[in-house]
Design a binder for this molecule. Structure first.
Ligand SMILES: Nc1ncnc2c1ncn2[C@@H]1O[C@H](COP(=O)(O)OP(=O)(O)OP(=O)(O)O)[C@@H](O)[C@H]1O
Ligand SMILES: [Mg+2]
Length: 216
């Protein structure tokens, strides 16, 4: 692996990103890979503060543009502080949501100008983009119901089902346009099948026969 490997988990609310990516991390480590898992928004000191505003403090007024910029500020810090250094150490970095989420939520969901999002996001990521994007695809009603069972609704989850339908469609459209980088997994299925299909896609990408240490 010349420069590590960057795998992003994406998909609507409650699609299983956190559950599946945590399990994948365990399996990769068990198989001897130097892997780590990180999340957006919120995995730096700055990010944790931004996450509070974005998700929890939903009484704070946020225009859609301000929302976009906060996500991108979190990402800029995250890339520089966490992701880039880890990739340089040749680690496998699993990220629970990354920039595809911004195109899906702020672009397809909220209708912000895609070209503007691209410019701002390119500036934030400095060319650090996922090698593989796993989209866990689920009907928003099912996903929101699953997420709602766990805890109180956050700012995103409070948005309409129509918003979440646009987000889902956006993910599917992006995956269709870039089949080399994207894999879509039907996460309406039983969690075991979702996990096995995800794991198969990731290991295929890594090149299962190339053992750790020999590079992948
Ligand atoms: N395929 C599945 N079938 C049934 N339940 C599932 C499935 N996948 C995940 N769940 C359950 O749904 C809930 C949400 O899963 P999880 O937190 O992994 O989703 P997420 O995509 O990370 O959600 P969020 O977008 O809120 O971060 C959890 O309680 C999880 O156990
Ligand atoms: Mg999650």
């Amino acid at each position: 692996m010349k420069n590590g490997m960057f795998i992003a988990f994406e998909g609507p609310e409650g699609s299983g990103k956190s559950t599946v990516s945590r399990r994948l991390l365990d399996d990769l480590r068990r198989d001897g890979y130097d892997a780590m898992r990180t999340i957006e928004p919120g995995d730096t000191e700055l990010g944790a503060l931004i996450r509070e505003i974005l998700l929890k403090k939903d009484k704070v007024h946020l225009t859609t543009r301000a929302e976009l910029l906060l996500f991108e500020a979190d990402r800029a810090e995250h890339v520089e502080e966490v992701i880039k250094p880890s990739l340089h150490k040749k680690r496998i970095v699993i990220c629970d949501r990354f920039n595809t989420a911004t195109y899906a939520y702020q672009g397809y969901g909220l209708g912000l100008d895609m070209a503007a999002i691209r410019d701002i996001d390119d500036f934030a990521v400095q060319g650090v983009v996922p090698d593989l994007v796993i989209v866990l695809d689920v009907d928003p009603k099912t996903g929101l119901e699953r997420a709602g069972r766990k805890r109180a609704k956050d700012r995103m989850e409070k948005r309409s089902v129509d918003f979440h339908r646009r987000v889902r469609k956006g993910y599917l459209k992006m995956a269709e346009k870039d089949p080399r980088r994207f894999r879509v997994i039907d996460s309406g299925q039983d969690i075991e099948r979702v996990y096995e299909q995800t794991k198969a896609a990731v290991y295929e990408h890594i090149g299962y026969n190339k053992r750790p240490g020999k590079g992948c």
